[in-house]
Design a protein around this ligand. Structure first.
Ligand code: KG4
Ligand code: ZN
Length: 365
């Protein structure tokens, strides 16, 4: 049995350089000693999206400072760390390689064990760090590049029950924000505009609604918003009220799809797991959205499921989730040597066949 384990986590899979110190106590509780995130928004803004080469260079320049800040605000030296956890995929190859090379350097210099972590496992296991979730549970992982329902059976056993067949919701938020002339990342910008808008003025499609199963689709929704915006714009700029109403209608449609398909996934989860299947968590960047959280919480309340959503800053990319997932893997006996490589594509469930067309586009795929 392990006593307290302390990890330094490193995350650099997309456009956030992050480092964090997390302790797991013997009773399973977590102590997030620090969580530092250096966003790169300002670097990518002129290009309207994440530029992989720019991201990789920025990670390389910032990782050292970021990790020092994480250790410093945790009040620790590297010598007090038990293991190093680093995101090894999925994500942008340049950023992943920058993080892995940095972590290998720390491991070589300190003699500490190195653990490669799947970024999606980091998201899916966050509820264990923040709320002490017990296995098994159902997770909806909904982010910039991914959207999937997972039966999480252990820290290294994930069964995908369904997911998006095209875009991820975060990607749809980001692309729709661009159409509406809002800032990136699009999710928080659309959420802020939606708060001022009327969500019933536009009735956007709910793709795959009424169909069996818990697969989802979001690309038609994005196209519907684009068409409506073009119709309203008459070649000029959109009125502020239109932007708010379009945002509210879009957000409502995303929330409706997630709620309907979560109900279907919960049934599939119950059928597969039985009695123990009563806990649901939502995770990933889109889980920071208030309307999405509230609607899913209401669904769980009406169906007798326990609802867990990590605080918004642990839904969006961070390194605390990587440190925690590294500790979980370490406890299961996983170790990675200096042969650890980047895996730009790395499905959590490596057994189920891929969902047609999913997770293949965008910087976060
Ligand atoms: O998990 P994350 O930080 O990175 C990935 O692993 O993809 O998720 C980023 C995505 C972006 O598409 C962003 O627009 C979306 O999460 N997002 C939100 C909100 N905050 C971030 N979407 C809707 N509402 C939000 N408040
Ligand atoms: Zn993420």
């Amino acid at each position: 049995m392990f006593e307290t384990l302390t990890a330094l986590g490193i995350e650099s899979s997309c456009d956030d350089t992050a480092a964090s110190v997390v302790c797991r106590h013997a009773d399973g509780t977590a102590d997030i000693r620090s969580s530092i995130v250096f966003g790169q928004g300002e670097l990518h803004r002129p290009y309207g999206g994440v530029v992989p080469e720019v991201a990789a260079r920025a990670h390389t320049e910032r990782l050292d400072h970021c990790a020092q800040r994480a250790l410093h605000s945790a009040g620790m030296a590297l010598s007090g760390i038990d293991l190093l956890a680093v995101t090894a995929g999925p994500g942008l190859i340049g950023g992943l390689m920058a993080g892995i090379a940095f972590a290998k350097g720390l491991a070589a210099g300190s003699g500490k064990p190195l653990i490669g972590v799947n970024h999606l496992a980091g998201h899916a296991l966050t509820g264990r760090m923040t709320h002490g979730l017990c296995f098994p549970y159902l997770a909806l992982l909904v982010s910039g590049g991914h959207c999937q329902f997972l039966a999480v059976k252990s820290a290294d056993q994930f069964l995908r029950l369904g997911g998006t067949i095209d875009d991820a919701p975060g990607e749809a938020f980001d692309k729709s924000a661009r159409v509406l002339g809002l800032a990136q990342p699009g999710g928080p910008a659309i959420e802020a505009a939606a708060m001022q808008g009327y969500d019933k003025r536009f009735r956007f499609p709910r793709p795959l609604s009424g169909r069996d199963g818990c697969n989802m689709s979001f690309s038609g929704l994005k196209t519907a918003l684009l068409k409506e915006a073009d119709r309203l714009r008459h070649g000029g700029a959109l009125a502020a009220a239109d932007v708010c109403d379009l945002s509210a209608g879009f957000e409502a449609a995303v929330a409706d799809v997630l709620v309907e398909k979560t109900a279907a996934a919960a049934e599939a989860f119950r059928n597969g797991i039985g009695e123990a299947a009563h806990t649901f968590t939502v995770c990933g960047g889109v889980a920071a959205n208030r309307r999405v959280r509230d609607r899913l919480e209401a669904l769980c309340a009406s169906t007798g499921m326990t609802f867990v959503a990590p605080a918004p800053h642990y839904c969006t990319d961070n390194a605390a989730m990587i440190a925690w997932a590294g500790i979980e893997r370490f406890r299961l006996g996983h170790r990675d040597g200096f042969a650890l490589g980047a895996r730009p594509r790395w499905p959590l469930d490596e057994v189920s066949p891929p969902i047609l067309g999913s997770g293949r586009k965008g910087p976060k795929s």
